[in-house]
Design a protein around this ligand. Sequence first.
Ligand code: HEC
Ligand code: HEC
Length: 326
Amino acid sequence: MRKALRIVLWLVTGLAVVVLAGLVYLGVAYPRTDDPPDIEIRATPELLARGEYLFHSVAACAVCHSPHERGAFGARVDPARIGEGGEPFPLGSAGTLYAKNITPTALGEWTDGEIVRALRDGVSRDGSPLFPLMPYFNYRTLSERDLQAIVAYVRTLSRRPDDVPERELNFPMNLIIRMMPGPAGPYPAEPGSGAVERGRYLVSAASCGDCHSPMDDRGTPLPGRELSGGNEFPTGDGWVARTANITPDSVSGIGAWTRERFVGAFKARRSGGSPAAGARLSPMPWLAYSRMNEEDLGAIYDYLRTVPPVRNEVVRFVPQRPATGE
Ligand code: HEC
Ligand code: HEC
């Protein structure tokens, strides 16, 4: 009996040591990251113009990193507070993130290389891991020139006070995210001149798939169902928005849409002021994307024609609590 007890005790102690060693290892060895690149970006007017376009429109940095106007259509942000951060992103039981201040108030001391590393590898200046809701996995697909354009533009933002609360990440998410960042590797080439190739590049930079692709509970896109929609977002005004199926399925997707209709759907939201009659609040940053030029919107359409069609009927808006037979 006593012998059995001793064995159990040894086993428990042994297990505790292994777990503890594992936690220490996670804390010391992760996140894996390289030194920030030793670069200095020369901001030409062309580079800044490109950076402004990517920041406000394609990559929609401004949408997440500025306070939102409540109840406004298309994720409108306060134009006087661009880059101030503070917008909360609730993660359910995993905790809450807050978009960081990325004006020179917060990033003034960072080197260009440190900002580049944050955008591609997913670590903050001190090497601590960023949660991948900050879409650094997607920004790895940006060319070196485009990434540098964004960093050059971020440097020109007006200073805003930095009152962003610390994120709260609960166990085990606080450990899991240590394993997510990592060296992003070499830059991909600039997209060629073909519309499909440029469309693929833009869809990645704009993170369309983060909302439109069904995922498992660990956030990995379900293979074979990319861009087929159905992910749910509460709109904050009593409705749940579900992402549309944007595969070319002719029944449940956008297979029957012409290029004009697709480009028009974005351009129609450019005024942004009020949604079309009957339209509901959408979490999709329509306002930002609507500022993409027609060529880019057309390229996105051309690329979306080439993804495998998936049959998945989605009702885009449903009441949060369906009225149950009264
Ligand atoms: C979907 C929302 C979203 C988008 C789009 C987004 N970010 Fe972020 N970003 C965040 C959140 C949230 C954090 C904080 C993550 C955390 O605390 O783990 C963050 C963190 C950062 C950081 C790290 C700051 C620090 O102090 O560690 C930088 C730099 C940054 N973002 C810049 C950008 C730029 C530039 C873009 C556009 C190319 C961009 N972000 C697009 C949500 C977003
Ligand atoms: C933050 C999440 C989010 C992102 C990012 C996002 N969408 Fe959406 N999208 C939605 C939601 C939710 C809907 C359904 C509600 C609506 O129509 O606005 C939707 C609807 C659509 C529709 C259908 C509109 C209609 O009238 O039927 C199209 C087309 C579309 N998205 C394309 C895109 C493209 C292309 C991108 C990337 C450039 C993108 N979306 C990025 C959330 C998102």
